[in-house]
Design a protein around this ligand. Structure first.
Ligand code: G3P
Ligand code: CA
Length: 238
């Protein structure tokens, strides 16, 4: 079962920063997960929330700042003073960091609250520029966003995120050309996961920080987990 570092190694480093991704790049794991939003000057930046309030020393919506304005904020001190120099990364910078590695990059389009007109094209352009088409998975809770991705780039791997009920995979893929489902660990029940796997789905489960859960999912045949603590999961699955 593959391990993806969720927002980087976010248990030990401030989430979605270069420090968290560098730590993941140094591990023998399959990949990383990150979240993207779009700035006022249409740069794709890596951050989980719509606002910078929780993970920086600033306040306000990402969409209302230019990249240059966002760069002035400290995205590390909220986690620990030793990371006060962490700045918000662009998607391009994170892709650059992984240029020489084998890791897969799961880009989650955070289009649930704001649509960010054209975010799908902006992200795909960055992915193509960095020659990462075969290593990227694009996921979202907003499945219309994924349909847009599939229309522009039918060759790229997409994965709908589900927070609650897991739908029948075959019925679902008649609507959206996905090979994979990303399922919340609290709804990763044996029966529905087995059904999805038997129908040929790739199932990845988020966010798994408990060793027992990881072992159970591995036994079920789940292909990957997202975890904040990849080192602990490597130990659990050894
Ligand atoms: O991609 C899986 C997971 O990251 C989705 O939830 O809120 O952690 O972005 P969230
Ligand atoms: Ca995410």
């Amino acid at each position: 079962m593959d391990i993806f570092a969720h927002r980087g190694v976010s248990i030990h480093y401030p989430e979605n920063t270069i420090a968290a991704f560098q730590a993941a790049a140094d591990l023998p794991i399959a990949g990383i997960e990150l979240d993207v939003h779009v700035t006022a000057d249409r740069e794709v930046v890596v951050i989980h929330d719509e606002t910078i309030d929780r993970t920086s020393n600033g306040s306000g919506y990402v969409k209302d700042f230019t990249l240059q304005q966002l760069r002035k904020f400290d995205f590390g001190s909220w986690f620990s003073p030793q990371y006060e120099n962490e700045r918000i990364p662009t998607l391009g910078e994170v892709l650059e960091l992984f240029a020489g590695t084998h890791h897969r990059i799961n880009i989650e389009l955070k289009t649930d609250v704001f649509a960010y007109e054209g975010i799908e094209s902006l992200v795909l352009k960055e992915v193509a520029t960095h020659q990462m088409i075969e290593r990227v998975i694009i996921s979202s809770f907003n499945h219309e966003s994924l349909q847009t991705v599939a229309q522009i780039a039918p060759y790229i791997d997409i994965a709908p995120l589900f927070a609650e009920v897991l739908v029948d995979f075959t019925t679902y893929t008649a609507l959206i050309p996905a090979k994979a489902l990303h399922v919340h660990v609290s709804t990763a029940f044996r029966k529905s996961i087995r059904l999805a796997l038997d129908e040929g789905a790739i199932v990845r489960v988020y966010t798994v920080n408990n060793k027992q859960d990881a072992r159970r999912l591995q036994q079920l045949g789940v292909q990957a987990i997202f975890t904040d603590d990849p080192v602990q999961m490597l130990e659990a699955l050894r």
